[in-house]
Design a protein around this ligand. Sequence first.
Ligand code: A3P
Length: 311
Amino acid sequence: MESKESSLGTPSAAASNADDLGLTQFQGFWIPSRSVPTSSIIAFQKNFQALDDDIIVVSKPKSGTTWLKALVFSIVNRHHYTFSNTPLNSTNPHLLVPYLDIHLYKKNPNPDLSTISSPRLFSTHLPYPMLADSIKRSNCRIVYIIRNPFDIIVSLWHFLRFMDDRSVEDHFEMFCRGEEGYGPFWDHALGYWNMSLEKPSNVLFLRYEELKEDPVAQTKRLAAFLGFPFSIEEEKTGMVNQIVDFCSFNNLKDLEVNKTGKNPGSIIPNNKLFFRSGKVGDYVNHLSPTAVERLSNILEEKLSGSGLTFK
Ligand code: A3P
């Protein structure tokens, strides 16, 4: 491998091959088809019937999905549970807000979702064009969380180190070509960005960095969007802060269910997979300034005219 500076600073030949990594080009995006067979996506697109009060959490992997799931679950269920008996104490957020494609329609092409109490909470990493038509036609709410792509690359590299031995340079190269799970990043982001502008009461565009900077304000914004706004009384009695504290990185990471618990089929504890450092800007420790400039230029070109920018 060349030095980090030169290998990241200039476009180079494919460092890794998308096919070898189990990425399949499907409906215009790169799908990690070993964990999400395209047959389960087709089943979801064909069979899922959205309800108007469904809530769907959407993200690219490593954008803060786990955090957002914990927040959404806590907001919506705050009148049903206290912080000591919430299911989040004993169940990882990914099981409480299941993936439509990775979990539900993979197990069964036509799962019975009728017994789930409303509002039903689901999630997906699929891009907007790949969502079931019933979602697009319904009045359900989609919350999209986005993170600066430089931190996504680093977080994904750490995450996938449990499964493959690609370097951060390899990840970077593939990301720049759009060849990463559910990528290209810019097409994924633009799909939800444009819908959030077109249908703001159905699609909320949240940024990981803004959630980190002002979690209280963003949690209130999220709750209002979901149709579960905090009352003045709740604000006065500190309910928003309590939810923010409960869903904080340190609290979730140290819950026994995440410290030692593992999700079904996984041999790695949840906190190693989903709670690494939870910081903004860790990429400076792994990506050279030249690399950052290169990807910034790609993003500027791909997002040009959309109004979507990254600091
Ligand atoms: P890092 O690897 O940079 O630490 P996802 O949930 O989409 O897989 O994203 C995982 C990333 O979100 C990881 O980033 C993880 O540490 C971070 N994260 C998880 N829970 C968090 C929380 N409560 N607050 C802030 N960041 C969190």
